[in-house]
Design a binder for this molecule. Structure first.
Ligand SMILES: *[C@@H]1O[C@H](CO)[C@@H](O)[C@H](O)[C@H]1NC(C)=O
Ligand SMILES: *[C@@H]1O[C@H](CO)[C@@H](O)[C@H](O)[C@H]1NC(C)=O
Ligand SMILES: *[C@@H]1O[C@H](CO)[C@@H](O)[C@H](O)[C@H]1NC(C)=O
Ligand SMILES: *[C@@H]1O[C@H](CO)[C@@H](O)[C@H](O)[C@H]1NC(C)=O
Length: 393
């Protein structure tokens, strides 16, 4: 009996020691192995838009935030280097570049830039407040609102290595891109455990986009060629083939994200209409910041107030002229400027997008010119909601 009692005590002891050991090992294992669902501590925001849709303005709303490292159109380098390819073929290279930039690995630019390079060799570098302030450039504070012009004169000579150095010091990396035409291309980034990707899909009334595109026909010609896969030939979009492709892509992205979204898109997709932003900037900006886990600082609030009320230093001369008054006016300008013939043609190729994004078609020139007729339907009218959605797979 005594012998059995001793051995059961020993066994109990051994079991306890073993359990303790296993618990210890488990804790150790967990502390060294990240959970697969655990996302990076940095937040990565992709502003997904297309040409002439107000994305530079939205980019600035993020770029000027002191917690944000922002790059505008880094994939411009991919398209310029491989201009004989189609947008579809370049999707993967663009995605790879975007992924590397999110991870602050700027060696990805080796493929697209001269070996010896400056900060200023990066496309549109001076619109990034992060590249105009410490540690990238000593001329401005991180909390400053920087202007492209002042930055260009003061910060251009810094070495390219500053881009990576600066990026690593921020909690948020934000990239604006117009070169994605398919949401599924981004799935690998959304499921990548080293990324914490959120997508802001910025759209604008296609008729207003066409009006704006007509003002920069030459600047868009090369990109048009890539969208239409013309092997390097520049094209004007006189038949709205590029617009058709842009509209198709907005429908594809919006539908994919809202009708039957994969579970990894939950809380990671936000659609914003430029018209709503122009009509009620502070509310839309607050929504975007909340989505991005950013807070509105007093300086930013004052700056936003200034740029939406045509006040402050620089006034209308600054890079984006978005005084609330002007912007609402500008967003309706297509109704006076474009012919009804053109509008009919654009509505033909973009009907699906116009309907899906909550804009109203016009049936006559009278309707087009009658500005008392609001063609922007109330936002979030029949917005998709996760609470009413029951994912089956
Ligand atoms: C950097 O920029 C300065 C001024 O534009 C120029 O003199 C210098 O050669 C550039 N360096 C490189 C490596 O491109
Ligand atoms: C594309 O253009 C290049 C040079 O302009 C030419 O060599 C090549 O054959 C063209 N490719 C196709 C598929 O037309
Ligand atoms: C906004 O405008 C006021 C008045 O011009 C100016 O004093 C202030 O510095 C501006 N704020 C920002 C953040 O630019
Ligand atoms: C837009 O601006 C023009 C010229 O500045 C003005 O005549 C027109 O009344 C404005 N329209 C609206 C809707 O504010």
């Amino acid at each position: 009996m005594a012998r059995i009692r001793i051995s059961s005590t020993i066994i109990t002891l051994l079991v306890m020691v073993q359990t303790g050991f296993l618990l210890f090992m488990y804790a150790r294992y967990n502390s060294f192995t990240p959970h697969s669902e655990e996302k990076s501590s940095q937040v990565h925001i992709l502003i997904l838009s297309s040409w002439r849709s107000g994305s530079s303005f939205v980019g600035q709303l993020f770029s000027q935030h002191p917690s944000v490292f922002y790059l505008m159109e880094p994939a411009w380098h991919v398209w310029v280097t491989m201009y004989q390819n189609s947008a579809k073929v370049l999707h993967m290279a663009v995605r790879d570049l975007v992924r590397s930039v999110f991870l602050c690995d700027m060696s990805v630019f080796d493929a697209y830039m001269p070996w010896k390079r400056n900060l200023s060799d990066l496309f549109q570098w001076a619109v990034s407040r992060a590249l105009c302030s410490a540690p990238a450039c000593d001329s401005f504070q991180r909390t400053d609102i920087t202007s492209e012009m002042a930055c260009k004169t003061l910060c251009g000579r810094y070495p390219f290595s500053k881009v990576e150095e600066a990026c690593k010091t921020y909690s948020h990396v934000v990239i604006k891109e117009v070169r994605f035409f398919d949401l599924k291309v981004l799935y690998p980034l959304l499921t990548d455990p080293s990324l914490n990707l959120k997508i802001i899909h910025l759209v604008r009334d296609p008729r207003a986009v066409v009006k704006s595109r007509e003002q920069s026909v030459k600047a868009l010609a090369r990109d048009n060629g890539i969208v239409l896969s013309t092997n390097g030939t520049k094209v004007e979009d006189s038949k709205y083939k590029v617009m058709q492709e842009i509209c198709r892509s907005h429908v594809q992205i919006y539908e994919t994200a809202t009708l039957k979204p994969p579970s990894f898109l939950k809380d990671r997709y936000l659609m914003i209409r430029f018209e709503d932003l122009v009509r009620d900037p502070l509310s839309e900006i607050s929504e975007m910041y909340k989505f991005a886990d950013l807070s509105l600082t007093p300086t930013l609030k004052s700056w936003v107030y200034n740029i939406t009320h045509g006040q402050g230093p620089g006034k209308k001369k600054e890079a984006f002229k978005i005084t609330s008054r002007d912007a609402v006016n500008v967003s309706q300008a297509w109704r006076n400027v474009l012919s009804f013939q053109k509008i009919k043609k654009i509505q033909e190729v973009c009907k699906g997008a116009i309907n899906m994004l909550g804009y109203q078609l016009v049936d006559s020139e009278k309707e087009q010119r009658d500005l008392s007729l609001d063609l922007v339907l109330p936002r979030r009218q029949n917005q998709f909601s996760w609470s009413s959605f029951n994912p089956k797979n």
